[in-house]
Structures are given as C-alpha cells and as structure tokens.
Design a protein around this ligand. Structure first.
Ligand SMILES: CC(C)(COP(=O)(O)OP(=O)(O)OC[C@H]1O[C@@H](n2cnc3c(N)ncnc32)[C@H](O)[C@@H]1OP(=O)(O)O)[C@@H](O)C(=O)NCCC(=O)NCCS
Length: 210
C-alpha cells in the first residue's frame, strides 16, 4: 500500500521526509553522540542525500512496508530526528521500529512519545500483531525509551552485530497488540492520526538494517 503518512502525538508530528530536510538530517548524522550506537555515521553529505532520496522513494512502493519518517516539533515544525517502522511481509504481521534524535532534543520524553506513536501506527494502521526493537546493550537511554513505551525485554542477543570493528550485543524488546490495547503503551492516545495506511527510522543508514 503506497501513500503519505503522518503520525501526530501531543508534541510531535512524524511526517514523510522532504528533499529540503537534507541539511537538518546531516547535522545529527555527523554528531558522534547521535550515531555512536547506530549502524551508520558519520555520514558524508552524499550519504545523507542518498538516505533522504531513499526515504522519499519508499513512499511509492506498493505494497509499502517501510516507513522512514522525520520527527518534527508540532509547535514549530523543526526537524529534530528520524524514526521508522518496517513491516515484514504482509502475512507475517510483525514489524520492527527505531528512532534517533538530535542531541539538543534529548531528555524531554520526546523519543518515548515518538516510539508510542510508531507503536500506535503499527497496530492500528499496519495491523501488525507484534512490534519489536533492538538497542545496543550499552544504550541505556534507548532501553529506557522502549520500556517507557510499553515494550517488554525478551533478552540479549549476544554479539549479534559487527559494528565499527567490534561485535556488539543487543537487547531485544517487543510489544504484542493485546498489550497495547490493554493500555500498556503509554502516550499512545492521539498517536495514530495517519492520512493513509502505509508501512523506515529517520536514520541516515548506510546499511539497510540497524
Ligand atoms: C536514545 C534517544 C532516542 C533517547 O531520546 P530521549 O528523547 O532523550 O528519550 P526520553 O527523554 O524519552 O527518555 C530517556 C530516558 O533515559 C533516561 N536516561 C537518560 N540518561 C540516562 C543514563 N545515563 N542512564 C540511565 N538512564 C538515562 C532518562 O532519565 C529517561 O528516562 P526517565 O523518563 O525514566 O527519566 C536519544 O538519546 C538518541 O537519539 N540517541 C542517539 C540515537 C540512538 O541511540 N537511537 C536509538 C537506537 S536503538
């Protein structure tokens, strides 16, 4: 299913990337604190441009399974990060998600709000049954975000990713649709205002998977 997507939360609008977002994306894509646990970065300008172009192109896939969305502030429209949710083959009814924020936006609960918005979109619009996410075992902030968004820790995947010359281990989190409808995912109310059903994380990835 192709189509533009907008996810609105209390303070955020997650929207499709545009070509004029390139500069804002590049600012966080070269920040070592932002890309430290990510599979991309530091990005060259070409890599950031290629990311934005891929995100734009993904809108035209049908069925659309991959939703790479800019995180913007509802009040000012400022782009503060990227997020994404990617459904597996439609019949599998699972999706994975991720997010990153520029550093000056950290510590205000915004990533948790974005994560809750993605979860709402995944269950209500993509109609998936299970949503999962991983984070580096050292990435305590992201682990906290996933917990606050209502996800449950399934375990640790030991040395699952080769990143910048070393193996990293990841924590695996998930949430099941029944847990979401029981209100396990806080902040989800008002999160699923989408213009279309759709189906990546505002992250200028060099690789196709985090
Ligand atoms: C991870 C990230 C998205 C968090 O964004 P954020 O908006 O600051 O997250 P929130 O404010 O919603 O929540 C952060 C939580 O981590 C906690 N935290 C912050 N620093 C911490 C630390 N050093 N140790 C433990 N917890 C910490 C905060 O207190 C908060 O929890 P609380 O609400 O219970 O107090 C942001 O730091 C980021 O973009 N990092 C770089 C990219 C990245 O790592 N993305 C995730 C990949 S899996």
């Amino acid at each position: 299913m192709a189509g533009d997507v907008t996810i609105e939360t209390e303070r955020l609008v997650l929207r499709e990337f545009r070509r004029d977002d390139r500069e804002s994306v590049h600012k966080y894509a070269v920040d070592p604190e932002v890309y430290h646990y990510m599979p991309w970065g530091p990005n060259s300008e070409d890599e950031t441009s290629a990311f934005v172009e891929r995100a734009i192109a993904s809108r035209h896939r049908d069925p659309r399974l991959h939703f790479e969305l800019a995180i913007t502030l509802r009040e000012t429209g400022r782009l503060i990060g990227g997020s994404g949710i990617r459904a597996a083959e439609e019949s599998f009814r699972t999706a994975d998600m991720g997010y990153c924020l520029r550093r000056d936006a950290w510590g205000k609960g915004l990533a948790t709000e974005a994560a809750a918005g993605l979860i709402g979109f995944g269950f209500e619009q993509l109609r998936v049954h299970r949503i999962w996410a991983t984070c580096d075992t050292r990435n305590v902030r992201s682990a906290r975000v996933l917990e606050k968004a209502g996800m449950e820790l399934e375990g640790t995947m030991r040395d699952d990713t080769w990143l910048r010359g070393q193996w990293r281990s990841s924590r695996l989190y998930s949430i099941i649709e029944s847990e979401s409808s029981q209100g396990k995912a806080p902040g989800q109310a008002g999160s699923g205002e989408t213009r279309d059903r759709a189906s990546s994380w505002g992250a200028p990835r060099k690789e196709s998977r985090p």
